[in-house]
Write a protein that binds this ligand. Structure first.
Ligand code: VTB
Length: 334
């Protein structure tokens, strides 16, 4: 008898499953290239190395890809700019969001948490976000829909989350980026008795931490970070079923115009997670430096080791992949 589970293709399957593994290759190579410059104090060089490697690998893939979240807009970024076409042009039409080196400062200073990350989704399903700030809120899976809200007072959010979790507010831990702009937010959260973990960079991983509170100790992400990072984080969180909302911060007429040019009709819109990233999404992230989500690249002489996490929304599958790269080590390729 044929086991049907072997031959069933998910009805909404648009992106070939096989591409998940291809994305692993892309972020692995970007991570290795950036890691060669780890701790050298040169953010630009590390970022450029990751960008070059990512682009080279993306162009080998059997896709008709368009970069929708990239290294900036056409004039300011040498490559992987928003609108750039990638792939060998033979496969499905897909949207691609990249952050070849998320946490350039973390890499340059060899601090924990730098990753190479990208997401791929069927065309039209990732928000075309300009490189502005985004106000974000995120929690993990298992809570009633709408238990927290971007527009609610932060203290009320903490209390509502604590109630839903069945704990006191002081047992809740919020993750917030350590920035002067968050002084008021931090004060309000502290006033509830909740604990705060402050991070210097890397809020893609920060949001993802909410999805595994038992490992990370993080219950909620709050605050303002990059919009591109927001879309990447939403794509990953969607795969494991948390909740997230985000609003672009378009605080000058110039930013409103730029966003309009990218299809944003309502500059004040509060985006739900599945509006930031919808459809069939795959997200891959490889560690550059050691961090809470992933181990960093290890150079062990004749072998280079990587750790990658891959998320897929259609099935909610999460895989951690340990890579051992011998040819890369032998030929000192970047
Ligand atoms: C975050 C964080 C990034 O930028 O989105 C942040 O994830 C936001 O910008 O790692 P500011 O640094 O201006 O606050 C990074 O820290 C760097 O890209």
């Amino acid at each position: 008898m044929v086991d049907k589970s072997d031959i069933t293709v998910h009805p909404k399957e648009v992106i070939e499953r096989i591409l998940s593994m291809e994305l692993v290759r892309v972020t692995e190579r970007a991570a290795v290239s950036a890691a060669r410059l780890r701790g050298h104090g040169n953010e630009k060089a590390a970022d450029q190395a990751a960008v070059d490697a990512m682009r080279r690998e993306l162009n080998k893939l059997p896709i008709n890809g368009t970069i929708v979240i990239g290294e900036g807009e056409r004039d300011e970024a040498p490559m992987l700019f928003i609108g750039e076409k990638v792939g060998n042009g033979t496969g499905p039409k897909v949207d691609i969001a990249v952050d070849p080196l998320e946490g350039t400062t973390l890499c340059a200073k060899d601090m924990p948490g730098a990753i190479a990350v990208m997401a791929m989704a069927q065309a039209g399903s990732l928000l075309y976000a300009p490189d502005v700030y985004m106000d974000k809120i995120a929690i993990g899976p298992g809570y009633p829909k709408g238990v927290v809200d971007l527009d609610a007072d932060p203290a009320d959010n903490i209390r509502a989350l604590a109630k839903a979790k069945g704990v006191a507010p002081h047992e809740i831990t919020a993750l917030i980026m350590d920035r002067p702009r968050h002084a008021d937010l931090i004060a309000k959260v502290r006033a509830t008795g909740a604990s705060i973990r402050l991070i210097t960079d890397g809020d893609v991983a920060g949001v993802i931490f909410c999805a595994m509170p038992q490992e990370t100790g993080i219950d909620i992400y709050l605050g303002i970070g990059g919009a591109p990072e927001g879309v990447l984080a939403a794509a990953a969180l969607r795969c494991v079923g948390g909740q997230m909302q985000g609003r672009l911060i378009l605080d000058t007429p110039e930013k409103v115009e730029r966003a309009k040019g990218m299809g944003v009709k309502d500059p004040k819109k509060k985006y739900e997670m599945d509006e930031l990233a919808s459809g069939d999404v795959i997200v891959s992230a490889t560690g550059v430096t050691d961090g809470g989500l992933l181990a960093g690249v290890k150079f062990k002489g004749d072998v280079i080791e990587t750790e990658t996490i891959v998320y897929r929304s259609i099935t909610g599958t999460v895989r951690k992949i340990h890579g051992e790269h011998r040819e890369l080590a032998k030929f000192k390729l970047d």
